[in-house]
Design a binder for this molecule. Sequence first.
Ligand SMILES: Nc1ncnc2c1ncn2[C@@H]1O[C@H](COP(=O)(O)OP(=O)(O)OP(=O)(O)O)[C@@H](O)[C@H]1O
Ligand SMILES: Nc1nc2c(c(=O)[nH]1)N[C@H]1C(S)=C(S)[C@@H](COP(=O)(O)O)O[C@H]1N2
Length: 197
Amino acid sequence: MNAHDPITIGIVSISDRASSGTYEDKGLPALQEWLGKALKNPISFEPRLIPDEQATISRTLIELVDAGCALVLTTGGTGPAVRDVTPEATLAVADKEMPGFGEQMRQISLAFVPTAILSRQVAVIRGQCLIINLPGQPKAIAETLEGLKDNAGNPQVHGIFAAVPYCIDLIGGPYLETNDAVCKAFRPKNAVRPARD
Ligand SMILES: Nc1ncnc2c1ncn2[C@@H]1O[C@H](COP(=O)(O)OP(=O)(O)OP(=O)(O)O)[C@@H](O)[C@H]1O
Ligand SMILES: Nc1nc2c(c(=O)[nH]1)N[C@H]1C(S)=C(S)[C@@H](COP(=O)(O)O)O[C@H]1N2
């Protein structure tokens, strides 16, 4: 039996072309694969594939929070194009904005592509859920969550996921434990529970 707290995670791929079948969606599989590798907790996924429509995005986020998700990750629709409205839809359902996540993602992504500054990702708290926008490029999902490592695997720029478990502690969610080889979560010493494996 898995001794870790269970978690429900909403994963939302926001893409006009993937949701209409013009191309295959690679966002949901990339999110699911990375989270499955990074977390020791048993995960129940709530996947959604939707077009770049602001009202649909906001409605989907509210539905996932109401369904008990402690974490929702979106991918796509963060750029400057007319139909890129994921940040607006996310801010519209926010109780609190968490600007550090967007700042750190742009910092990480700049190490990969100069166009990282075009991504307007935001993160917010709604109720007891943390909602984070990731860029739409499927490879950007692991890059932003995991950060930049040197050849020996030591972090050079921390991935944003390192801060996710403690954030979820602070909003009263499940205690998340990570596989350190993928992503080492950081918590202040007094917030660390004894290991259970
Ligand atoms: N769900 C997805 N599956 C596969 N590739 C994707 C997906 N979303 C985005 N991409 C790729 O990343 C690029 C940048 O993503 P962005 O969210 O800006 O999409 P877009 O160009 O607005 O088009 P669309 O919304 O139709 O995917 C896309 O042009 C596409 O090549
Ligand atoms: N790590 C990473 N971040 C990235 C990219 C990338 O390839 N890798 N692409 C950038 C580009 S080209 C754009 S336009 C913005 C917005 O992407 P989105 O509209 O797909 O969300 O994300 C940026 N962030």
